[in-house]
Design a protein around this ligand. Structure first.
Ligand SMILES: Cc1cc2nc3c(=O)[nH]c(=O)nc-3n(C[C@H](O)[C@H](O)[C@H](O)COP(=O)(O)O)c2cc1C
Ligand code: SF4
Length: 436
């Protein structure tokens, strides 16, 4: 019987050669101003050469105001098109597709740049993790942002990329509007679910008007908010039923796929699932110290053993009992409700688990982030008959806490022969060098 992992997946106007997509991973490889460089091309090429069918890009801001941190390549102006064309060309050489994640952070930033003081959001309540200030967007500002997404999609198409994904998951701008825990507006963009979903549906319509119906458009969404995962005083936010309804509307509006994640903020105990290495985080947290109103409180909490341990315990409890396929039950519920293919993210690393998820109809394909950071060529290993890599990702999340300050890569030294070998692998993203 054919291996479901290596069956092509046909979307409405895009076909991917197998069922493993590189999930979105952001690293600060690009230039401060949002232009790209060779390191990004090297990074994406690693996964394309490693056998994934498609790459869903990192968070690509549609405006400078939509950044999480500086040094992410943007799609905010036409001058960016040649760079993304070069990225697409490099990836296509390996028969791999490239889908750009069109994104806007809203109030959820990691560190601010110098360009503006207050973020735009659906609300004027501070972002809760670090305490970044924000203002509730006016209707003209919403209109401007909808237009920026449509322009981003036009540029992605002009760059020859294979599609776009709207980042409506994990606490960024769309989640802020969608979530019943975050959205406190009293106008047509707040209140009942159809009004909270309005901005996302307006963006889908604006993109279709801009690029037509023959360009792949998918949406990454948090199936459940679990907004009270760490703080029981918070509201829980959207349920799976809410999200199933939003996905039905997205399907009717003409999106081509749904990508299932979870959590109303990022990082969240359920995304990426695994440990939260607080002792490692203090090495990079200085980047945040001067930023939000809660950052110094967090730093003190993370700095000392007893509070570190309390936080780590709370984090692991909030995650539940499953890492690999953590979002599969939610993906199945969404798949039963929509006609378009469903992608599922979260912990996938064993070939047999992926095969079963597809065979049993929980999802049509899986997306993988950390297991591919750890083993860039994992899909080739599966193709060669390996069920699991010899040195698997340990879900330690050290890559995540380093990403705000250091180059993205695997920081679990136990997976390497030595510390120097680990650093050599991380630094290999700079080969070939930008000015070789
Ligand atoms: C370092 C890092 C950066 C990430 N950046 C993004 C991002 O830019 N956009 C996004 O939607 N998800 C992002 N994620 C989430 C992943 O795409 C993925 O959904 C999540 O890690 C669960 O999959 P995994 O268990 O295969 O890592 C990031 C995860 C990590 C670890
Ligand atoms: S640091 Fe390495 S082992 Fe740890 S979660 Fe990230 S990729 Fe996996």
């Amino acid at each position: 019987m054919a291996d479901p992992i290596f069956e092509p997946l046909a979307f409405r106007c895009l076909t991917v050669k197998n069922r493993i997509f590189r999930s979105n991973v952001s690293g600060r490889f690009d230039n401060y101003d949002g232009s790209g460089n060779q390191a990004r091309i090297n990074w994406e090429t690693k996964f394309a050469a490693g056998g994934v069918g498609a790459i869903v890009s990192s968070f690509v801001p549609v405006t400078i105001r939509g950044r999480i941190v500086p040094n992410y390549a943007t799609i905010d102006r036409d001058e960016r098109i040649p760079f993304w064309k070069a990225v697409g060309r490099a990836v296509h050489e390996h028969d791999c597709r490239f889908i750009m994640q069109l994104s806007h952070a809203g109030r959820q930033r990691d560190i601010p740049g110098i360009e503006y003081e207050q973020a735009w959001s659906c609300t004027d309540r501070d972002e809760p993790l670090h305490g970044f200030p924000c203002v509730a967007m006016t209707q003209p500002q919403i209109g401007e942002t909808v237009a920026a997404f449509a322009a981003g999609a036009r540029r992605a198409r002009a760059a020859g990329l294979d599609g776009v994904e709207l980042h409506a998951a994990n606490g960024y701008l769309f989640t802020q509007f969608l979530s019943s825990a975050i959205n406190d507006r009293r106008d047509d963009y707040g209140g009942p679910l159809p009004q909270r979903a309005r901005v996302l549906l307006e963006v889908v319509a604006a993109i279709r008007a801009e690029v037509g119906t023959d360009f792949h458009l998918q949406v990454k969404i948090s199936a459940e908010d679990y907004n009270d995962a760490l703080d029981r005083h918070e509201k829980p936010g959207n349920t799976l039923d809410d999200t199933v309804q939003v996905c039905k509307w997205l399907d009717e509006a003409g999106v081509d796929a749904i990508h299932v994640s979870s959590g109303s903020y990022f990082p969240h105990p359920r995304n990426p699932p695994g440990s939260f290495p607080v002792s490692e985080l203090v090495k990079t947290y200085d980047q945040l110290l001067s930023s939000g109103s809660r950052a110094f409180r967090n730093y003190l909490l993370f700095r000392f053993d007893p509070t570190q341990r309390l936080f780590e315990r709370r984090w692991e409890e909030a995650q539940g009992d499953r890492i690999e396929g953590i979002n599969l039950p939610a993906a199945r519920a969404i798949k039963e409700a929509v006609g378009v293919p469903v992608l599922c993210t979260g912990g996938f690393q064993n070939a047999e688990v992926i095969r079963e998820a597809i065979r049993q109809g929980f999802c049509d394909a899986v997306t993988m982030a950390r297991p591919l950071i750890a083993n860039n060529d994992l899909v080739k290993q599966f193709a060669a008959g390996m069920g699991r890599p010899a040195r698997p990702c340990t879900y330690c999340n050290k890559c995540l806490v380093h990403a705000v300050e250091n180059p993205l890569g695997c920081y679990d030294v136990t997976r390497f022969d030595s510390y120097d070998a680990m650093v050599a692998e991380i630094m290999s993203v700079f080969e070939p060098a930008p000015f070789a």
